[in-house]
Write a protein that binds this ligand. Structure first.
Ligand SMILES: C[S@@+](CC[C@H](N)C(=O)[O-])C[C@H]1O[C@@H](n2cnc3c(N)ncnc32)[C@H](O)[C@@H]1O
Length: 189
């Protein structure tokens, strides 16, 4: 029995199963929460920062932060104060580990929680890479809580009924300025 346990085939098989389990968990569990996991591409993230002109005076909320693809560069490169909210515990752990490895812990607030329960009033920038249903559910909360001047960026999915200041189809980023986004009109108007 012991020789079976230590055989290279058994060990390789066990490693494969554990790896497959972690991958399955990581990709699938968020479907329970209404949005699966996919990291935003770096190009789209840079477009978001450029549109919103993110800087040290900003308080940036990343909704459904995943492993912090937007949160970490916002804090590290653009020196914004960041609130990264994620519902899935493993990703929160990864973000906390990443934060512990850096020198910018003071700028990064990593919260495990439900973004629908957040108070958006302190935010000056909000970023999201979610599903259409999530954007629809967030919209009334945005309308009730966002302060004038807040910039909202969404990758892939527009906020239906809002007019973006800019839509970059290449990076697939929608950029809104609140409350101008309420006005009907043409993109870029
Ligand atoms: C498509 S991923 C985007 C991850 C990251 N923002 C990025 O751009 O790389 C969406 C994330 O939203 C998280 N999420 C879904 N519903 C949530 C909720 N109600 N509250 C907080 N996070 C949520 C998922 O767990 C997932 O990590």
């Amino acid at each position: 029995m012991a020789s079976l346990l230590f055989s290279p085939y058994f060990i390789a098989g066990a490693i494969l199963w554990v790896f497959a389990g972690v991958v399955a968990y990581f990709w699938l569990v968020s479907f329970l929460f209404g949005a699966g996991y996919q990291g935003a591409p770096r190009k789209s993230i840079e477009v978001m920062f450029r549109f919103a002109q993110v800087g040290p005076h900003d308080i940036l909320y990343e909704l459904g932060a995943g492993v912090g693809a937007i949160a970490f560069p916002a804090a590290r490169k653009y020196h914004a104060h960041v609130v990264a909210v994620e519902i899935e515990p493993l990703r929160v752990l990864i973000m906390r580990f990443r934060r512990a490895m850096g020198s910018d812990a003071g700028r990064l607030d990593v919260r495990r929680g439900n973004m629908y329960a957040l108070d958006f009033r302190p935010a000056t920038v909000v970023t999201a890479f979610l599903w259409p249903g999530a954007m629809a559910r967030l919209k009334p909360k945005f309308e009730a809580e966002l302060q004038p001047g807040t910039r909202v960026l969404s990758r892939c999915h527009p906020i239906i009924g809002w007019t973006p200041a800019v839509h970059d189809p290449d990076a697939d980023v929608y950029y809104y300025r609140w409350p101008d986004a309420r006005r009907p009109g043409k993109i870029g108007a």
